[in-house]
Design a protein around this ligand. Structure first.
Ligand SMILES: [Zn+2]
Length: 148
């Protein structure tokens, strides 16, 4: 490694696409990688690559987990199928759009009632971002309402 590289902290830049990653807890990574990879997760927290067309999901300086290393599709990656938004209750983007277009849902609460999303959420473990799906559901509602 060239000496100047050591001066720049690039620990949270994706090794494939070079974009900055989002922080994600060790528990999340450990819960979502395939069984045979759990041992290599270690105890540190990870970065999550948010780039849609990048195959990398979790990374730290010495290890990378790709989409095919996970037990679930990652919703914001290209062609995620099924595109789960609420991982705890396996509710897809399509179901949420349906609730808005055919069920007249207007709020996250409406969507939760119509689809079963967000019930007994354990987002830290189930969602690849480790975060609650509520804000993403709101975004999908807003977009679907515009198309209505
Ligand atoms: Zn990437």
């Amino acid at each position: 490694m060239a000496p100047e590289n050591k001066l720049i902290s690039n620990d949270n830049l994706c090794p494939v696409c070079g974009k900055q990653g989002a922080g994600v807890k060790n528990e999340t990574v450990r819960h979502l990688v395939k069984d045979n990879l759990v041992e290599s997760v270690g105890s540190d927290d990870y970065s999550l690559c948010m780039t849609e067309d990048c195959e990398v999901v979790y990374f730290k300086p010495d290890i990378v987990f790709y989409r095919h290393d996970l037990t679930v599709p990652v919703w914001f990656k290209n062609n995620a199928n099924p595109r789960y938004i609420c991982y705890c209750n396996r509710v897809t983007q399509e179901q949420i759009e349906n609730a808005v277009i055919n069920g007249n849902a207007r709020t996250v609460k409406d969507v939760a009632r119509l689809t079963g999303a967000m019930k007994n959420g354990q987002c830290l473990l189930n969602n690849p971002t480790g975060k609650c799906c509520g804000p993403v559901i709101q975004q999908i509602i807003d977009n679907a309402l515009l198309q209505k």
